[in-house]
Design a protein around this ligand. Structure first.
Ligand SMILES: Nc1ncnc2c1ncn2[C@@H]1O[C@H](COP(=O)(O)OP(=O)(O)O)[C@@H](O)[C@H]1O
Ligand SMILES: [Mg+2]
Length: 256
């Protein structure tokens, strides 16, 4: 079992989008997955994945109960064959200053999934500390702007404090745009080079990225929209396939 955290301290970088793309790719590859929505302020992942009515979706145990000690089996909701979801909960905020960083790691021990995927809030607190401590892989989506760069520096300082030397960390450019007309002097290109030339970030920047594309926005907003290797969505399909293959070593099917 591999546990994947998706976190950036900046909001709107594509954490939930990346989570959904990876989850659906793994579903298509026949993997058994548990998804945990650990975003205390915006449960978009629960919304994307859970088809049930609002009232029904508000019943039952959540990630809050998981942190309190309720067993995973009693917190999960089956949302598809091979896909279990633990829904988000605003009460997760209660654990922002918890003294233990191992609650989640303990809760996830001995489970029978291929992958556990955890979407998170754009914050740094002890909930994120718990998520990172429980994870094998960290995906950090970033955008080509100066604020993303500054926030990433802060995030790496915090990561160093946790001393998670085995955490397989990947910085992934999302909403990536190439310089117009190959002009290297554009603001965006200068910022991109700042990331690529930074000694701390350099070893962790993945060679693949997700472009800025309405295809991804549609993918999140339209339930039946698919990315396919043989249609106008081909580029999106290939970008996801490259990332999933590179990071997880999993080959996905022709359509996700
Ligand atoms: N590669 C992309 N191209 C175009 N729009 C994107 C892309 N990635 C994310 N978005 C859009 O950006 C917004 C924020 O994405 P989201 O995944 O919710 O970010 P986060 O979970 O980090 O807050 C959403 O409206 C989403 O549809
Ligand atoms: Mg989100």
């Amino acid at each position: 079992m591999k546990t994947i955290a998706i976190n950036s301290i900046k909001g709107g970088t594509g954490k939930s989008t990346l989570s959904v793309l990876f989850i659906n790719a793994l579903m298509r590859a026949g993997k058994k997955c548990l998804v945990i929505d650990a975003d205390a302020s915006n449960n978009s992942l629960s919304f994307y994945l859970d088809n049930s009515s609002g009232l029904e979706a508000s019943q039952g145990h959540t990630v809050f109960d998981l942190f309190l000690g309720t067993k995973v089996q009693d917190c999960v909701k089956k949302v598809q064959d091979n896909l279990d979801l633990i829904r988000g909960d605003v009460r997760l905020n209660e654990f922002r200053s918890t003294d233990s960083l191992k609650r989640l790691k303990r809760a996830l021990q001995g489970l029978d999934y291929d992958f556990v995927i955890i979407d998170t809030s754009p914050t740094y607190d002890n909930i994120i500390g718990n998520v990172l401590t429980a994870s094998d892989i960290l995906l950090i989506p970033v955008q080509q702007d100066i604020f993303s760069f500054q926030v990433l520096k802060y995030q790496f300082e915090k990561l160093a404090d946790l001393e998670l030397d085995d955490l397989d960390t990947h910085i992934i450019f999302n909403q990536f745009e190439k310089p117009l007309n190959g002009n290297q002097e554009t603001y965006r290109n200068q910022i991109t080079n700042m990331f690529l030339e930074n000694e701390v970030f350099k070893p962790f920047i993945n060679k693949y990225h997700l472009s800025r594309s309405s295809v991804y926005r549609k993918y999140i907003n339209k339930r039946n929209y698919r990315l396919s290797s043989k249609s106008e969505t081909q580029k999106g399909y290939e970008e996801v396939q490259n990332l999933v293959q590179n990071i997880l070593g999993v080959t996905i099917k022709e359509v996700i």
